[in-house]
Design a protein around this ligand. Structure first.
Ligand SMILES: NC(=O)c1ccc[n+]([C@@H]2O[C@H](COP(=O)([O-])OP(=O)(O)OC[C@H]3O[C@@H](n4cnc5c(N)ncnc54)[C@H](O)[C@@H]3O)[C@@H](O)[C@H]2O)c1
Length: 353
């Protein structure tokens, strides 16, 4: 008997969907594993163009209508952050497994509601943290899980851009996105860092967020220009935080869209008493009696993490496997984010429950 193909729909066919999700769903369609049946966007040109690239896909302007037309196995949510929770919950309630772009949602309450819907409907839910799927990250995770780091005690999650505020979408508007670099690139760095440490439970955070460039008339945003009016910019463009986890583990976070630094830099560092791991430069760093050691990989697959992530989610649904990015892990990242924003407002460390 021919294997049943999974019915897939995508909601929000903007930049990330067009460039990083839909090409990989189409690849799976060519392999005969899925049927892409619907592409939805509020902007008709976007959903029509993207649906038009697949034989059987129809464009939709209303995702609720799309959810009613098929019994989807998988819904991929790629809207702005504001849509993540309500659309995910509707899709789970319609019986679909859901992969949703990062960040999980706009706050902890929404994340909990998503997890409740996932449990109630016994579906899979995964936040698209594609960096966990890059070959280098997978190698570092293997090393960390082998116990070679010894006792993990401190870490750093960092991404600094000199002038690189996203120049498309609604990244700069708080009611659409929640925040600035903390939400855009900070989520990636923190998720990777916490995952490499074995997902310890966060217990407290302090932080400060700043808006120093984004709303200035004279902003020179070298990487992407500035297509938005400065008055619209109401998120932070620089954020820093210090997070405490159980067992005394800590994480220092610094993320920025615009800062007066020499060049774009960043990465994740996890320190253990036997060895440390870094994504930049990628490797394992330790000591052996009186010598310092480092080990690197000569060649790692350059395959896009987004491709591996989409294929992983498809396989998890096909074979009923656990997803790599568990919803409770993404909830913990959201707890850290909420705590850093609150701490910035209150000017003191806040507990995380
Ligand atoms: N993983 C990554 O590296 C990465 C990179 C960029 C963006 N993202 C995430 O992807 C998401 C989208 O970002 P983007 O850059 O593609 O933004 P975008 O603005 O280009 O695309 C979002 C699209 O969603 C559509 N949309 C919004 N609400 C909708 C609704 N109710 N129904 C149907 N369509 C709706 C918009 O019309 C728009 O076309 C964000 O959550 C962002 O954080 C992730």
């Amino acid at each position: 008997m021919a294997k049943q193909k999974l019915k897939v729909g995508l909601i929000g066919s903007g930049a990330i969907a067009r460039e990083q999700h839909l090409p990989y769903w189409r690849e799976l369609e060519e392999e005969g594993r899925i049927d892409l049946l619907g592409v939805c966007d509020l902007i008709s040109e976007r959903c029509e163009t993207e649906a038009g690239k697949s034989k059987g896909a129809k464009p939709y302007l209303d995702y609720r209508k799309m959810l009613k037309e098929y019994h989807f196995d998988i819904i991929d949510v790629c809207t702005q952050n504001r849509g993540h929770a309500p659309i995910t919950i509707d899709a789970l309630n319609a019986g679909a497994h859901v992969i949703v772009e990062k960040p999980m949602a706009m706050n902890v309450k929404e994340c909990k509601a998503m997890i409740a819907a996932q449990k109630k409907n016994k579906r899979k839910l995964m936040v698209a943290q594609h960096m966990r799927f890059e070959a280098g990250a997978e190698k570092l995770k293997e090393v960390a899980e082998s116990g070679a780091l010894g006792q993990i005690y401190a870490s750093e999650a960092k991404w600094l851009r000199r002038r690189g505020i996203p120049g498309w979408g609604k990244f700069h508007i708080a009611k659409e996105s929640l925040g600035g670099p903390m939400i855009d690139i900070g989520v990636h760095m923190m998720d990777l860092c916490v995952w490499l440490m074995g997902c310890p439970k966060p217990v407290a955070a302090s932080g400060k967020v700043y808006r120093m460039f984004g709303d200035r008339e004279d902003l020179f945003n070298a990487d992407w220009g500035r297509p938005y009016p400065p008055k619209e910019f109401d998120v932070e463009d620089h954020a820093t935080g210090f997070v405490r986890f159980e067992k005394g583990i800590t994480m220092h976070v610094t993320v920025t869209w615009a800062a007066n630094v020499a060049e774009e830099t960043g990465g994740v560092t996890v320190l253990g008493d036997k060895a440390g791991i870094m994504t930049n430069p990628l490797g394992v760093y330790g000591a052996d009696h009186s010598t310092l050691t480092s080990s690197k990989w000569d060649w790692l697959s350059p395959e896009d993490g987004h491709r591996r992530e989409v294929r992983h989610f498809c396989e998890c649904v096909e074979k009923n496997l656990d997803v790599r990015v568990q919803p409770w892990q993404s909830l913990n990242i959201q707890k850290i984010i909420d705590a850093i924003y609150l701490s910035s407002k209150l000017n003191k460390e806040v507990p995380i429950k």
